[in-house]
Design a protein around this ligand. Structure first.
Ligand SMILES: O=C(O)[C@H](O)[C@@H](O)[C@H](O)[C@H](O)COP(=O)(O)O
Length: 256
């Protein structure tokens, strides 16, 4: 039975520290249970603050990083190494500092990769990479223990934007053209894929996010507000600061 929880922290710095600690513990537990862990990264400023906090916490050494599979929930379709790629940002903020197994780090293709400047081909390549790592006996996807999502002011998650055709997409990975947040071309896990994760953690800070967060938790639909359609199999965890939680009904709040 899936559980939805909301945890509210004082501000972004405290949130980043607390989410980093929570993430480290969750990865340790996953490895204790399964011998490995699957982590899906997101882009954006809040996630970057969390990544830096993980990097700087000594407890990160309790994770066996060589047995963590790292995936991305979405990517800005730009050349390899572009500073605006989610991959580049995650590598700089965290991944470069960790003893990861490079074969277990799975960035989404870049626009100058072997697929060429073709986001549909890039989405197909990522779909194949996911299928290669699929759980034995299951369909097409690996085990995601934790899937991180930033939340946009408009309620987007990953590169699933409100009202965009991608909100209806049922294939595992989709190309996105005409993104309202630059750059316009992206690749993304779709909502059905996101929703196979054991735990989905939605991160939001600042007053700009309050309306979207409040509406998502009040039961908005996923086409209007994709964040409302992101749910973990075991748990959906909203990790907010006070400003982003301003419109969340008191029944959902657990102040920290
Ligand atoms: O590629 C991206 O831009 C992200 O994956 C996107 O979904 C992001 O997570 C949100 O827009 C929140 O970003 P902020 O934390 O910067 O507000």
């Amino acid at each position: 039975m899936s559980e939805t929880s909301v945890v509210v922290h004082a501000d972004r710095d405290v949130l980043a520290q607390a989410v980093a600690a929570r993430l480290i513990v969750r990865l340790i537990d996953a490895q204790a249970e399964r011998g490995q862990a699957g982590l899906v990264l997101t882009g954006g400023r809040v996630a970057a603050a969390v990544y830096r906090a993980v990097r700087d916490l000594p407890a990160r050494d309790a994770v066996d990083w060589s047995r963590v599979d790292v995936w991305w929930g979405d990517e800005r379709f730009l050349p390899a190494g572009d500073p605006d790629r989610n991959e580049t940002q995650a590598r700089e903020a965290l991944l470069d500092a960790l003893p990861l197994d490079p074969s277990r780090v799975h960035p989404m293709p870049a626009s100058d990769g072997s697929e060429g400047d073709d986001p549909e081909a890039a989405a197909a390549t990522y779909t194949a990479a996911l299928a290669t790592a699929a759980r034995p006996g299951t369909a097409t996807l690996p085990h995601f223990d934790v899937l991180l999502l930033g939340v946009g002011e408009d309620g987007h998650v990953a590169s699933v934007f409100p009202g965009h055709p991608v909100t209806y997409e049922t294939r595992p990975v989709s190309a996105v053209r005409g993104s309202p947040k630059p750059p316009p071309v992206r690749t993304t896990l779709t909502l059905p894929t996101i929703n196979t994760a054991d735990e989905v953690w939605l991160l939001a800070t600042g007053t700009d996010k309050a309306r979207a967060v409040g509406m998502a938790l009040a039961g908005a639909g996923p086409v209007q507000l994709p964040a409302a359609g992101a749910c973990g199999v075991s748990r959906t965890l909203w990790l907010l600061d006070r400003a982003a939680a301003a419109d969340v009904k008191p029944t959902f709040r657990s102040l920290r």
